[in-house]
Design a protein around this ligand. Structure first.
Ligand code: BGC
Length: 421
């Protein structure tokens, strides 16, 4: 299948994109591939449920096209991104791949691996349908290279209410200090690992949440734009507090992906987990309803956002089919179907909210009223090499506990990669 595709590989021109925006218009061209390989890391549980909903819409919208599941499991694309790198290097691209809106795509744009989607984006009315800030986040040198499907919030804490109430904790903590106090209290009550945590990138999420509490939204964002130094004393204090929180997490954190860490919460072995709101769909997939959520203590109204988006690869074997996929992703019914299952909220402001949970409705309101801040762990704040360096630094700290080394490594990564934003 892939070799047939490679034989058909051609660079997609802007003209081809416009033609392709009338889905299926090239069906009479017998030489054109009709399979669309969609590359994601949504392999199971709530993530797969979201993908399946999108695939069903695609089948209805794009007659004559067949979905091919190019999926590589691993939270936040930790494995998929490596496989994608190798495939792009070997000139074996999928037709479209999942990416986060924002800085994460910069290197692929520079390398000419993704097509300019500006014309299609405009013809589908996305410039009007998406919030201005998101359009800004998607724009690189005046052009758009990806189409967002939905927006997730990263800075959310998920609870096991039974575990908390057994320890006498009945209210969400209002500050970082109170949160640490609750972790201590849980441990004293016999919960060995009060905070469920996973590997490197989930640790980066936790550090980001602590930094956000201590720096506030503006200075936090400045860490990624160059206006806030990573060498400052507030960052030093945040790393110290992060280290304290880490002591209350499970010792096997470095070997767990986020659903395995979530399992600790479900099984009553932990009271809290910080995780993006894809956690909700996974909890539902595991039939667990005994939880609550709150924004990470001290984050105020900061809405740490990330947007799952799709690209068109320049080497796509089936650009027409892939563009039809993107049109489904961009459409209001596509976003309703996808987000209702995935736990995110539509990127479009005009998508129906039918089938959404109370949490999603409240989050959509927060997205409108809150202060948007980006995420490095999920690509809206920093480029892929920066993200990799930060993940590696956090993974190392998890073993060594050396705060000075962590701060130097994070400062060095910022220095090396900040010019690319
Ligand atoms: C993605 C989400 C996904 C999560 C865990 C994030 O980076 O944006 O769609 O559910 O990773 O895999």
């Amino acid at each position: 299948m892939r070799s047939t595709r490679r034989a058909l590989t051609a660079v997609v021109s802007a003209a081809a994109l416009l033609v392709a925006s009338a889905c299926g218009s090239g069906d009479d061209d017998e030489s054109r591939a009709t399979t669309v390989e969609v590359f994601t890391w949504w392999a199971e549980g709530g993530e797969k449920a979201g993908l399946d909903a999108l695939v069903a819409r695609f089948a209805a919208d794009c007659a004559g096209q067949t979905f091919e599941n190019g999926v590589v499991a691993g939270g936040a694309g930790i494995n998929a991104k490596q496989v994608l790198d190798a495939r792009l290097r070997q000139n074996d691209p999928p037709d479209t791949f999942q990416v986060h809106a924002g800085a994460e795509l910069l290197d692929r744009i520079d390398a000419g691996q993704v097509a300019d989607l500006t014309a299609a984006f405009d013809s589908w009315g996305l410039r009007e349908a998406l919030p201005d800030g998101l359009v800004e986040g998607l724009t690189v040198n005046g052009k758009i290279y990806s189409v967002p499907a939905g927006v997730h919030r990263a800075n959310v804490v998920w609870t096991n209410d039974q575990v908390l109430s057994d320890a006498g904790i009945l209210l969400p903590p209002k500050s970082l200090a109170e949160f640490v106090g609750n972790l201590k209290r849980l441990r004293a009550a016999g919960v060995e690992s009060p905070l469920a945590l996973g590997r490197d990138w989930t640790q980066l999420m936790l550090l980001e949440a602590v930094l956000l509490s201590e720096l506030g939204p503006q200075r936090f964002t400045g860490l990624f734009t160059g206006t806030t130094p990573w060498t400052g004393t507030v960052v030093t204090k945040a790393i110290k507090d992060y280290g304290t929180i880490l002591e209350y997490s499970n010792a096997d954190r470095d070997s767990l992906d986020w659903p395995q860490a979530q399992r600790l919460l479900i099984d009553g072995k932990a009271g809290y987990q910080l995780m993006g709101d894809w956690a909700a769909a996974e909890l539902t997939a595991n039939s667990f309803a005994g939880y609550d959520t709150f924004v990470f203590p001290g984050n105020g109204t900061a809405f740490q956002w990330l947007a799952d988006s799709f690209t068109l690869t320049t080497g796509a074997a089936n650009p027409d089919g892939a563009t039809c996929w993107l049109r489904t992703v961009a459409s209001a019914p596509g976003q309703q179907a996808f987000n209702a299952r995935k736990g995110s909220i539509p990127a479009r402001t005009d998508a129906p909210t039918e089938g959404f949970t109370d949490y999603q409705i409240a989050t959509a309101a927060d997205w409108k009223s809150g202060l948007p801040v980006p995420s490095c762990a999920h690509g809206s704040a920093c480029s892929q090499p920066w993200q990799n360096a930060a993940n590696a630094a956090l993974g190392a700290f998890s073993t060594s506990g050396d705060a000075g080394v962590l701060q130097s490594a994070l400062a060095a990564a910022a220095k090396q990669f900040i010019r690319r934003q």
